[in-house]
Design a protein around this ligand. Structure first.
Ligand SMILES: [Zn+2]
Length: 244
């Protein structure tokens, strides 16, 4: 049976965890940049759609104003006819027509006013959304810059820690190396489980006293339940060697 110290396994676990954390940070950066880019695109779309709505509303309002002018001219014409009319019947007809025209014009005027108010509101909405878009752009640029700056540092830190890992791995018993690599590939840092009390730190199964004894003797021990490599916490190694 191979022997391996808990110190070495603990160090391995720490390094593997460090690499996993660095990988996590390195992949988080580009995700944050992508999210920032999306936020910018979304607010840009909102601004464009509000501007379109404003344009459409403005065109409708312009059309209605032209209509109103034409109708007002028609009204002036009707009033002129009213002054010139000869018969009572004609007078009555024109009077009714003028009243109806005035009514219709009043409705049109209300609609135009309503559109003016909505145009004002849309203008405010556009300004606010443009501010949100500008803020999103600034955030995005800041994030992209930060991620870019951190990227090199993280990369060289990972290179350094990976080198450290390889150095420790080279010192592993040769018959253990293949199994160790298989475990780390599938479980990451949890492939190496620190014993908590008398249970496996990965699957929390209680360990037998024979397993505990083997650990105190620096034997290479796998958890019988989850298959991970077990090691002792720092303070327990010292207390165990003190009793030897
Ligand atoms: Zn286990």
């Amino acid at each position: 049976m191979s022997t391996i110290t808990s110190d070495k396994l603990r160090r391995l676990r720490r390094i593997i965890q460090q690499i996993a954390d660095l990988n996590d940070r390195m992949s988080r950066g580009p995700r944050q940049v992508a999210a920032g880019k999306n936020a910018v695109a979304k607010t840009e779309e909102q601004v464009a759609s509000l501007k379109n709505a404003w344009k459409t509303m403005r065109m409708q309002s312009d059309d209605q104003q032209v209509q109103l002018k034409q109708r007002e001219a028609k009204l002036v014409e009707l009033e002129r006819k009213l002054n010139e009319c000869k018969t009572n019947t004609e007078f009555k007809l024109l009077k009714d027509q003028i009243a109806a025209e005035r009514q219709a014009n009043a409705v049109l005027e209300d609609e135009i006013l309503d559109k003016m108010e909505r145009l004002d509101q849309l203008t405010l909405d556009i300004q606010q959304t443009e501010q949100l878009r500008d803020r999103a752009r600034r955030e995005y640029e800041k994030t992209a810059q930060r991620v870019e700056q951190q990227s090199d540092g993280l990369q060289s830190e990972r290179d350094r820690v990976t080198e450290e890992l390889h150095a420790v791995e080279r010192g592993l018993p040769s018959d253990f190396r293949r199994e160790y690599q298989r475990l780390v590939r599938s479980h990451g840092p949890d492939a190496l489980a620190q014993v908590e009390g008398e249970t496996c730190g990965t699957c929390h199964t209680t360990l037998s006293s024979q397993t505990m004894n083997e650990l105190y003797l620096s034997r290479l021990v796998y958890c019988k339940s989850c298959g991970c490599v077990l090691f002792l916490a720092e303070d327990r190694v010292r207390s165990s060697s003190a009793t030897e």
